[in-house]
Design a protein around this ligand. Structure first.
Ligand code: T6T
Length: 327
């Protein structure tokens, strides 16, 4: 196991040196990927991408996490990983402030940290600003833009008029906060649309479904709901189905597990915004490997989206963007 921590000046000098040196594979590198939770098709798919990169590089990547998206459950997993001392940690921090101190412990132990999917602090790393500036890189979707894509699709589907709300997890998660921010900001452009208060479901699809029933009871003309992550979207869609309002209330889903994609065929969900979790995992591992073996790396890498609607759901090209729960 070799750990290389380069200062900025050293990295700059190193870049020139490495450019002319032949590439040498280094196979004794171990990286741990800590997801937001282990039982989520999004992170299972991310791990598949991470394993593909590990195989290509001939290194080892292990997947260690908690069963729920909770900082109090993720922190002990992280501490146990730090104690084992991998060459690098890839992590989706479950809270943008509560994970700063635990991740500082990794850096203090000499283990470089890269965040995937979610970020800590302001998400701009290595710019000299903030307590959580130390991760080497952030690899993720553009979540503000994802929220805007959802709002534009919803606005069009409801003919730019009516009442909608966001079903979300809880404040403090960078990804879902940014999706909500992008959605609400974009909806501000449409005078005829009112966005009600966000309903927070703690990543519990059943709670999201009962919240839908309660919102509908208060506002029977409800036009749409944006499910800001996989569990929020599943719950919102189930709520619409249970209320017998399929096709009448527009559902826009962030994330694309098989069940959501099937709901598009059924006419229950209008659009799924598929992130590319395998791409996040793949480039996360490649970035960690590059850093550990002495290359300089970009502080941020943006990954793509694929928007799935009734128009393309049967296209064979879409298949690879559907999240899969099997490894
Ligand atoms: O939407 C993803 C992920 O991007 C987010 O940070 C947390 O929720 C998911 O894992 C979906 O459940």
């Amino acid at each position: 196991m070799r750990r290389t921590v380069l200062g900025l000046a050293a990295a700059a000098v190193g870049a020139a040196t490495f450019a002319s040196a032949p590439a040498h594979a280094q196979s004794d590198v171990t990286i741990t990927l800590i997801p937001g939770l282990t039982t989520d098709d999004f992170y299972i798919t991310m791990n598949r991408g991470a394993q593909a990169a590990a195989e290509a590089l001939g290194i080892t990547v292990d997947f260690q996490g908690a069963e729920e998206f909770e900082p109090v459950l993720q922190t002990p997993v992280l501490d146990a990983v730090i104690a084992r001392g991998p060459d690098a940690i890839l992590i989706a921090p479950t809270d943008s402030t509560q994970l700063i101190a635990p991740l500082q412990r990794a850096v203090d132990a000499g283990i470089p940290v890269i965040t995937v999917d979610t970020f800590i602090d302001d998400g701009m790393y290595q710019d000299g600003v903030g307590d959580g500036d130390f991760p080497i890189a952030y690899i993720a979707s553009d979540n503000v833009e994802g929220g805007r894509i959802a709002a534009r699709a919803m606005a069009e589907a409801i003919d730019f008029s009516g009442t909608v709300y966001v079903s979300n997890v809880r404040p403090g998660i960078s990804t879902t906060d940014q999706r909500e921010e992008g959605f609400i900001d974009q909806m501000g452009q449409y005078e005829g649309i009112t966005v009600l208060d966000t309903q927070y479901n703690e990543n519990d699809a059943s709670l999201a479904a009962s919240q839908f029933a309660a919102v509908l009871a208060r506002d029977p003309e409800l036009a749409g709901v944006f499910g800001a992550n996989l569990f929020s979207a599943l719950g919102a869609a189930n709520g619409v189905r249970n209320a017998g309002r399929t096709g009448e209330v527009t559902v826009v889903a962030f994330d694309a597990p098989q069940s959501i994609v099937d709901s598009i065929g059924e006419g229950l969900v209008d659009m799924a915004i598929a992130q590319h979790p395998a791409e996040i995992g793949y480039y996360g591992v490649v970035t960690a490997y590059a850093h550990v073996t002495g290359q300089s790396v970009p502080p941020a890498i943006g990954t793509g989206f694929t928007v799935i609607t009734a128009d393309n759901v049967d296209d064979p090209e879409i298949e690879k963007f559907i999240y899969s729960g099997s490894n």
